[in-house]
Design a protein around this ligand. Structure first.
Ligand code: GRF
Length: 189
């Protein structure tokens, strides 16, 4: 079964999934293969990381398209070359069209850096700090048409500590993302 991972940036979650796949022999033991890592940013650092992990990579820049629909159609074509059983959004910073979400219904998951349903959207860590939250975290969820909604598959919580900035909190949350995301991908199958 093929897995396609979409990224836009650092790709540390993608790498965490790929390392778990190697370490736990997903291909040999479970028939799961990371078929491709696709980025909408040509300069995403995660692309080099993916190549170093021996994964095949592809770039499809949203800037080459006139509309969200045209980009998503091209992205679907790119993804579907790999006939994926699961499409993983790992720091993929594009809003997807309803058509895209519908096409992958039931086989599209995302990681979001908050304890959903709190703090959908951007700047989650600063908003959690500003709200006086004592805990923050991350959520792996099914992707549905509504942004950062859909069934929750996994969550991890971390404390918000006195003196935290968005950066220190993000780093603490990210270490947990790297644990729950590979687990959630494994559990999907
Ligand atoms: C993660 O915190 C993810 O939850 C958020 O963007 C970050 C991506 O990090 N949406 P990386 O690209 O996986 O390193």
């Amino acid at each position: 079964k093929n897995i396609v991972i979409l990224i836009s940036g650092g790709g540390s979650n993608m790498a965490a999934i790929a390392r778990a796949a190697q370490k736990e022999a997903w291909q040999e033991k479970r028939g799961l293969r990371i078929a491709a890592v696709i980025s909408n940013q040509a300069d995403a650092p995660g692309l080099a990381l993916a190549k170093n992990l021996g994964l095949s990579t592809d770039v499809l820049s949203h800037k080459s398209f006139d509309s969200r629909e045209a980009f998503d159609a091209a992205l679907m074509a790119c993804i579907d070359q790999h006939a994926p059983a699961l499409v993983v959004l790992a720091g993929f910073m594009r809003i997807l069209t309803p058509g895209f979400v519908q096409h992958y219904a039931g086989r599209l998951i995302n990681i979001h850096p908050s304890l959903l349903p709190a703090f959908t959207g951007l700047n989650t860590h600063q908003r959690a700090i500003d709200a006086g939250c004592r805990v923050a975290g991350a959520t792996v969820h099914q992707v549905t048409a509504e942004l950062d909604h859909g069934a929750i598959l996994a969550q991890a919580a971390v404390p918000v500590l006195p003196g935290d900035t968005a950066q220190t909190l993000a780093a603490r949350v990210l270490t947990q993302e790297h644990l729950i995301f590979p687990q959630a991908v494994r559990s999907f199958f």
